[in-house]
Design a protein. Structure first.
Lengths: 405, 91
């Protein structure tokens, strides 16, 4: 294949050889290092291919072997250029095209995001366009460091940002922090209080004084572990009180209320099979729509596909093209049967339990009743679980201060 | 004398495990099915038409018979023949 392309660039000839002894001619060619290929014997004469350069050196050999050649076909770039030497417009067009391509490569035509998880691409692209970083910007005017800094300042849970320009693309790599709750380090001493009503099942305290033990029933906002640690003197009296950050693993049994209702009637889309496509192409801001059909459907889905035109991997051009597909559908009203409704209710419950388990909550017991009615399917009940308790509540020193005195 | 010299060469090549194409000038034929054959170590083409092709080597002729035989390329060291090869004969 490579050989063929090279031959085309250099130019080659198909030649007809009229000779009494073609074998001798070929042997001499081979000895002299002249490459010939595609030798076909047609009986009286032979055909073969030869490069232009080698063809010029054939004269001696032809004379020696008493044979003649006639050119049948010319192929290759040199012949193509010679044939089109007078077509100035063509040449100018070609050069202009290359120049345009070169000029377009100075701009950014695509902004893409990698590694984003909770932020959508559109959100960040919108944020960038607020900061005047948009498509069509000169590559030289983009300050990658400034982009990185602005994203880091705007989004706190983005732990790492890297902006790079590759071809005509601006690629922004992002690493997000998946722990959505940022642990705030309190400097003031604090207690741990119950965040809901529960029965304590286990408590292991690392710092602070526990006020509850396993089996204790607590209400919401009751103090579980206090940050106040009393220090006793030799007689057994309180000498003074130290305040620390309470830290403890507290697990308690709590109750989750579960309630879910859905209607027995539902609507499904049924596609009629009627559909058509409109094509469009988009040049920066100008949109050309090739309308094949007018939309006359009452209810339809619109599916659009967009392709950004590019050369090579990273050389995007400001041209989009794509199609919009319209699919007609009719709405059909249906009703769940009793079994179906029960199944759906069970599935919803399972999903709810699964979400609890994912949060690290241990499920002990569930008492959920599914009630399938004429119009609605209700499921309700309670779920007993064991979960981690405790939230931070700072100690108000001013209130406790006077008591000490 | 010439024959015995050839025999010695052959034995030396055999004992020392030397490549026979280098020492004895034997041709190498590599067939790909019956439609393609690569030939190395020849001295020239003796006769060529579309039904038969005779290749000259140091140790005699190799005669290919077949249909639509075409020499795909022909250089000093290697040649490739395409077509339908029916028989190969060493003469």
């Amino acid at each position: 294949m490579q050989h063929k392309i090279l031959n085309y660039i250099k130019g080659n000839l198909t030649v007809k050889l009229i000779s009494t002894n073609p074998e001798r001619f070929f042997n001499i060619c081979a000895k002299k290092g002249i490459l010939i290929w595609n030798i076909i014997n047609k009986g009286v004469y032979c055909h073969f291919n030869i490069s232009i350069k080698d063809f010029m050196t054939l004269k001696d050999i032809l004379h020696k072997t008493n044979s003649r050649v006639r050119i049948l076909n010319k192929k290759g770039v040199p012949f193509f250029l010679y044939k089109n030497r007078k077509r100035k417009g063509f040449a100018i067009g070609g050069i202009l095209f290359l120049m345009l391509l070169y000029c377009l490569s100075f701009f950014i035509w695509d902004i893409s995001l990698e590694g984003n998880y909770s932020y959508s691409e559109g959100e960040i692209v919108d944020f960038l366009s607020e900061n005047k970083i948009t498509h069509g910007l000169l590559k030289g005017s983009i300050d990658c460091d400034a982009i990185e800094k602005s994203i880091r300042n705007k989004y706190f849970d983005v732990t790492w940002v890297c902006a790079e320009i590759n071809g005509t693309r601006l690629i922004i790599h992002i690493k997000e922090n998946f722990d959505s709750e940022v642990v705030q380090k309190e400097t003031d001493p604090y207690d741990l209080v119950a965040n809901k009503d529960a029965v304590i099942t286990s408590i292991i305290t690392r710092s602070g004084t526990p006020l509850v033990k396993a089996g204790t029933e607590v209400k919401e906002n009751d103090i579980l572990v206090t940050g106040a640690v009393d220090v006793y003197n030799e007689i057994g009296e309180i000498d003074h009180t130290n305040y620390v950050n309470a830290d403890s693993d507290i697990y308690g049994q709590t109750i989750y209320e579960y309630q879910d209702t859905f209607t027995m009637d539902y609507i499904i889309k049924e596609y009629t099979g009627e559909e058509y496509k409109n094509y469009y192409s988009d040049l920066t801001k100008i949109k050309f729509l090739f309308k094949m059909n007018d939309n006359h459907y009452e209810k339809y889905d619109e599916i659009s596909e967009d392709t950004h035109f590019k050369i090579l991997r990273n050389y995007y051009l400001p041209i989009h093209f794509g199609n919009i597909q319209y699919k007609e559908y009719v709405e059909i009203e249906k009703k769940y049967t009793k079994e179906e409704a029960e199944q759906i209710a069970n599935k919803k419950l399972e999903l709810f339990l699964e979400n609890l388990t994912k949060k690290g909550i241990q499920i002990i017991e569930k008492n959920v009743t599914i009630d399938v009615g004429e119009k609605y399917c209700k499921s309700y009940g309670t779920i007993d679980v064991i979960e981690q308790l405790g939230k931070v509540s700072t100690i108000d020193m001013n209130v406790e201060g006077p008591e000490e005195k | 004398m010439g024959n015995s010299k050839h025999q010695i060469k052959e034995q030396v090549a055999h004992v020392l495990n030397l490549p026979q194409d280098l020492v004895l000038g034997r041709a190498i034929l590599s067939f790909i099915g019956r439609n393609e054959v690569y030939i190395e170590n020849y001295t020239g083409i003796a006769e060529y038409n579309s039904n038969s092709l005779k290749i000259e080597t140091k140790n005699g002729l190799i005669n290919f018979k077949g249909k639509n035989l075409v020499v795909d390329y022909y250089t000093y060291d290697e040649m490739k023949i395409v077509g339908t090869i029916d028989e190969v004969k060493f003469e």
